[in-house]
Write a protein that binds this ligand. Structure first.
Ligand code: DGL
Length: 285
């Protein structure tokens, strides 16, 4: 790590536009940093994929990120953080940070009856429940998968009848449990916070793990002497799919006040890692 320059950008990735909610928080807390944002739109959504597929995608993205190069990688994706962070962080020579621990820590400070809404893959991993109970096993935690949210959000339906119906359906079991805290366990969900808040009693505390993650990134860079001191920060927006205009349009709705009217989106290709090689890599650990 000694040779990594503080002037390098921070790599941030997600399957699509969701990670921009993390990028926005990073920009807020680290206004002098530059970023490379990658949306792996060719493989969106991650939530229905197997742990092996997610691990492979994260390896390919991390590999691409270090080639750019970047000084740190932020997994702005709960699914990747839950399924791949622990394995992949030992494979690359840059600091890697994810959302689960910061999100769990923020939640246990606020509540005792904690709900987590997330993708199917994140819920299947029980990453949030395990992290919360490891901090305090007297708390209660319920996780609910919301598989319709990401496709609706990526289709630009942040306020459609279908979205509102899905919000009511997914939140019902958590409301029956009388949760006092709700973790937004997928980085796409802050984009529909308004719709969720319509159903959530005002007393329930909404936790966006991006806030604590950005604080953790700031601390880590400080500790490693890697904070940028420049005055002209920039962000490169990249995707792996072919619909750059669509991504730019969707992204603009969310980040318009920060990034301005025109968001330039590059289409990039990731080097594929053969699954067999990835498997061997995993077994050797
Ligand atoms: N936004 C991502 C997450 O936080 C992934 C959503 C998806 O692609 O299913 O989990």
């Amino acid at each position: 790590m000694g040779s990594v320059a503080s002037t390098l950008p921070i790599g941030v990735f997600d399957s699509g536009v969701g990670g921009l909610t993390v990028w926005r928080e990073l920009r807020r807390q680290l206004p002098r940093e530059s970023f490379v944002y990658l949306g792996d739109t060719a493989r969106l959504p991650y939530g229905g994929r197997s742990p092996a597929e997610i691990l492979q995608s994260v390896r390919e993205i991390s590999n691409w990120m270090v080639q750019q190069p970047v000084k740190a990688i932020v997994m702005a994706c709960n699914t990747s953080s839950a399924l791949a962070l622990e394995q992949v962080r030992h494979e690359f020579d840059v600091p890697m940070l994810g959302l689960i621990l910061p999100g769990a820590r923020a939640a246990v400070k606020r509540g005792q009856r904690i709900g987590a809404i997330a993708t199917q893959a994140t819920v299947n991993s029980h990453a949030y429940r395990d992290a919360i109970l490891e901090i305090n096993n007297e708390l209660e935690c319920w996780e609910v998968a919301c598989p319709d949210f990401v496709p609706l959000i990526e289709a630009g339906q942040m306020d459609s009848p279908a979205l509102h119906a899905a919000v009511r359906e997914y939140l019902q079991p958590l409301l029956e449990r009388r949760i006092d805290t709700l973790i937004s366990g997928c980085t796409h969900y802050p984009l529909i916070e308004a719709a969720i808040r319509q159903v959530l009693p005002p007393s329930v505390c909404w936790i966006d793990p991006a806030v604590s993650l950005a604080t953790a990134v700031k601390r880590e860079l400080e500790f490693l002497g890697l904070r940028a001191r420049g005055n002209s920060p920039s962000t490169r927006f990249c995707i792996t799919g072919d619909d750059a205009d669509r991504f730019a349009e969707l992204a603009a709705q969310w980040i318009h006040p920060i990034a301005g009217d025109r968001i330039l989106v590059e289409i990039v290709e990731l080097l594929s890692i053969a699954p067999a090689a990835a498997e061997r890599h995993q077994r050797a650990e």
